[in-house]
Design a protein around this ligand. Structure first.
Ligand code: 0A1
Ligand code: ZN
Length: 877
């Protein structure tokens, strides 16, 4: 352990920057040995800060070597500046001056992948959130916005492509014959949006004509062997550009928009102005190597990064506490885009299912924080599901409360009012309020209060008056540093059904409709619906109108009714999930108590109807058939018995498979898509139902099903079907599973993204010797500890491996802790993310909980990076 531990910084301590940087001129002399960075910063004191004498403090990193510093071109003598804890402090400055710094860095030794680093044979950058300070000394904070001019000098033979933000304005040669390229970005931006790429890259060109008839040059760069896999991303980009014009009135501003794919990247992608940089796993796609899920992910992330050009770049964050200002809004935008491109209900089910599994778990754990955190030790730890996904739910609720038209007016006002500024979540809300006249004062608590509210509903029906009363309470459990909570403003979308499943019209507060949005603002409220002749079945929280845990005592028959007849597609899925959760909870209890499983599943009839109804969207049928995941059931459980959950799921799946064997076999054959692969909603839907049916059918252990899995694996023309067959073989412990895994690696060993899928699946294969398998994978030539995708594949896969990760002797936890310690200094961001499964230790069954805690303590005794320190110390607190 270190002598002094890292300390937190607080939102309440925010002050405006004492200095501004109007212009930033950067020169990079790129070289494999050392890279020289020269900066000329046109600075002045910030009149808004009211400080006329304070020293100038610039952010840096320990690996940045300062060669020289000059003020208005006069070298500064050593007594006028000093370096202290990564900061460059200049004692006295004029009110306006040009600061020149020459620094040296070694991108080839940068394993953190923050700042300037090398990936394969190229140079690339990642500056969000605080990566720029690893390149040179700077005021590395988002409210310092500057106009950047970037000069890149490199050997043309090795780096024919040299890119930065904005437009290329000059190209020439140095006396030594190196190539010089100058880029200028006219839009002021914070340093976190800076980017630079240099390499021997292939390019795909295209053009997009904007609504005002400007031609934008579009370019996607990859290493040459991947350039045949960017067509889908390019089309997705053009769809995103058109959609942002049509739905938000936002047109692209520069004349050129570039995307570069890199193999080594900590996150999914980055929205650098005019030069997005992508993890290649989020950009490249081809039918043979990419699954449907990945296709949809590519489309969503291309859209997300593009949408940031307005929600993030033109209007950015004042400080990192406001991160959800850009991320919550942009996730909401990309979710709506994907819904418009495919199916709204399917997209909503997928997003909510993810939120309820992963974000709810975060909200219930030691790292729980508000969407706008009040403090942090390391900001990289706050790129969380809470900031992104719950943040998007907040924006969605605003959309629900205002209605589409007023929401658009609010968005227009926000962009107009704050264009070119770095602002706060309050500014966003104020624009929404001002444009709509809707009071969001109480609603604002969603930004500052952590935890998932529990909304409990009870009902009564008065036969005489035909009045149906819903009593709704809300309660948010305590979270770290927030022991008590205030009531939130929660929109609850509700419909009522009769016992035959017909939608009922009712009157609420003078409005008659088949659907109402209840405004829950108190800790307890009663809502009265009149004009009903019999007690209805309520369809509550339609479309998941708020990110809450809903409690209502539905009978099995009510759930079956909603599942088959509700007008809201989302709630049909939700009812099926609830039914399955109810049955699984009983089974889990039987497993914990050591009883033999006994269940007569009520899902059989409901599933049979679904499987026989060809009028339904096959994608929705597949979603309804998918049993609640191990992770979701773990989120619901307290304490969590991982093995009991696994056995219960397996039992229910087998029971359903045996009861409906003929249906699954028939549906499997009916949905076999013929012809060339297409990533369309329709074809994706058929493939998803087909593969869902196969996953059940194979559980019957019938020879025909086993054969179907093997044949599909061997003869598919696309990765979705091939990989589904392989996954089904692995999870169902198919006789040929190991043979198929080996064959798959042989077939795809030259395609790293496919190899990653193989690593993940291999690591998740349940067995008593899972840990040995995982150790073998990490020693395999296909593995590379420096590549975040590979680390995530193996350790992420292992984390889902109940038998391996949760082994009673604690060896799985010990192994993960070893990897965290190994990566702690090399790549703190990745190391910190690997800690997530260990943060759940308090909820685990007692014996396992103790074993996990021991590993957390072992990690804690190391000399930790800020990133890992924050997660581990908060988990043990
Ligand atoms: N802003 C990017 C993702 C991103 C987030 C954090 C990073 O480092 C801590 C890097 C990139 C996005 O939302 O796509
Ligand atoms: Zn984003």
């Amino acid at each position: 352990m270190k002598e002094s531990q890292p300390s937190a910084i607080f939102l309440k301590d925010y002050t405006v920057p004492p200095f501004l940087i109007d212009k930033t001129e950067l020169t990079f002399e790129l070289d494999e040995a050392v890279t020289i960075v020269t900066s000329r910063l046109h600075m002045r004191r910030n009149p808004a800060s009211g400080k006329s004498t304070c020293p100038l403090v610039l952010d840096g990193g320990e690996e940045v070597k300062l060669v020289g510093v000059a003020m208005d071109d006069y070298p500064l003598p050593p007594e006028e500046y000093r370096i202290s804890e990564d900061k460059l402090i200049i004692t006295a400055t004029a009110d306006e001056f040009i600061l020149t710094c020459e620094t040296v860095i070694e991108p080839q030794n940068n394993t953190r992948l923050e700042g300037l680093y090398r990936s394969s044979s190229m140079f690339c950058t990642q500056c969000e959130a605080e990566g720029f300070r690893h390149i040179t000394y700077y005021l590395d904070r988002p409210d310092v916005m500057s106009v950047f001019t970037t000069t890149i000098i490199a050997d043309e033979a090795r780096y024919p492509v040299m890119l930065s933000n904005g437009n290329e304005v000059e190209r020439g040669k140095t006396d030594e014959g190196k190539t010089v390229v100058v880029w200028h970005d006219p839009f002021p931006k914070p340093a976190y949006l800076f980017a630079l790429v240099a390499g021997d890259l292939a390019v795909k060109n295209d053009v997009f004509t904007t609504q005002s008839k400007r031609d934008i040059k579009l370019q996607i760069f990859t290493e040459s062997h991947n350039i045949d896999k960017v067509d889908y991303a390019m089309e997705a980009l053009k769809r995103s550009m058109r959609w942002d014009e049509q739905v938000y009135g936002r047109e692209y501003d520069l004349d050129i928009f570039m995307i570069v794919a890199v193999d080594d990247f900590n996150m999914g992608a980055m929205e650098n102005k005019g030069l997005n940089i992508f993890n290649s796993s989020c950009l490249l796609a081809s039918p043979e190597t990419t699954t449907d899920d990945s296709y949809l992910r590519v489309e969503a992330i291309v859209a997300h990064e593009y949408f940031h050009n307005w929600s993030g770049n033109r209007v950015t964050c004042r400080d990192w506490f406001q991160l959800s200002l850009k991320e919550g809004f942009t996730v909401f935008r990309d979710q709506t885009f994907s819904a418009d491109m495919h199916s709204e209900t399917v997209k909503r089910v997928e997003d909510v299912s993810f939120l309820k599994t992963a974000q709810f778990a975060e909200d219930a754990g030691p790292m729980a924080h508000p969407v706008r955190p009040a403090s942090f030790i390391e900001i990289a730890n706050f790129y969380t599901l809470t900031v992104y996904e719950k943040g998007a739910e907040i924006v969605r609720m605003i959309h629900t409360l205002l209605g589409a038209e007023k929401f658009r007016a609010g968005s227009d006002l926000y962009f107009e009012r704050h264009d070119g500024q770095a602002v706060t979540c309050d500014d966003f809300l104020a624009a929404m309020e001002d444009a709509s006249g809707v009071d969001l004062a109480q609603f604002k608590r969603w930004y500052s209060q952590a935890g998932t509210p529990i909304v409990t509903v009870t009902d009564t029906f008065d036969e005489e008056t035909g009045t149906y009363r819903l009593t709704i309470t809300q309660d948010t459990p305590p979270t770290p540093a927030q022991p008590t909570k205030l009531p939130l403003h929660i929109p609850v979308r509700v419909g009522l059904l009769d016992k035959q499943g017909q939608a009922l019209s009712s009157e609420l507060n003078g409005t008659t409709s088949e659907e109402h949005v209840l405004q829950l603002t108190d800790s307890e409220q009663v809502f009265e619906f009149s004009g009903l002749s019999a007690c209805p079945v309520p369809s509550l929280l339609r479309g998941f109108s708020a990110p809450v845990k809903l409690r209502y005592d539905y009978s099995t028959s009510d759930l079956l009714l909603l599942m088959s007849a509700d007008a809201d597609g989302f709630n049909r899925w939700s009812a099926a999930q609830q039914l399955a959760v109810n049955e699984l909870s009983g089974l889990i209890k039987q497993a914990i108590d050591g009883q033999a499983f006994a269940l007569d599943s009520q899902l059989v009839e409901g599933f049979k109807v679904l499987l026989g109804d060809s009028s339904l969207d096959p994608a929705m049928v597949a979603l309804i058939l998918s049993l609640p995941s191990q992770a979701y059931l773990s989120e619901l459980a307290n304490p969590i018995y991982p093995a009991a959950i696994k056995e219960a799921r397996q039992y229910l799946k087998t029971q359903l498979a045996n009861a409906l064997r003929g249906d699954f076999e028939r549906v499997y054959h009916e949905h076999n898509v013929q012809g060339a692969y297409q990533a369309t909603a329709k074809d994706i839907a058929h493939r998803s139902l087909k593969n869902m049916a196969l996953s059940y059918w194979v559980e019957t252990k019938e020879a025909g099903a086993q054969q179907a899995v093997f044949e599909q694996f061997q003869s598919s023309n696309n990765m979705t079907d091939q990989f589904s067959a392989l996954s089904i073989a692995v999870t169902s412990q198919h006789d040929k599973a190991s043979e198929m895994l080996a064959a798959f690696y042989d077939q795809w060993q030259t395609e790293p993204l496919v190899v990653n899928k193989w690593l993940m699946l291999s690591a998740s294969q349940e067995s008593d010797h899972a840990l040995e398998t995982v150790k073998g994978l990490m020693a395999h030539p296909a593995f590379d500890l420096k590549n975040p995708n590979k680390v995530r594949s193996v350790l992420g896969g292992f984390g889902q491996n109940v038998a391996g990760f949760h082994k009673e002797d604690g060896s799985g936890y010990h192994f993960l802790a070893d990897q965290i310690i190994l990566l702690n200094k090399r790549n703190p961001q990745i190391a910190s993310r690997l800690c997530t499964p260990l943060t759940r230790w308090r909820k685990l069954q007692p014996e396992l909980s103790l074993k996990m805690k021991t590993e957390l303590e072992r990690i804690m005794s190391e000399d930790l990076s800020k990133d890992v320190y924050e997660v581990i110390s908060k988990s043990l607190a």
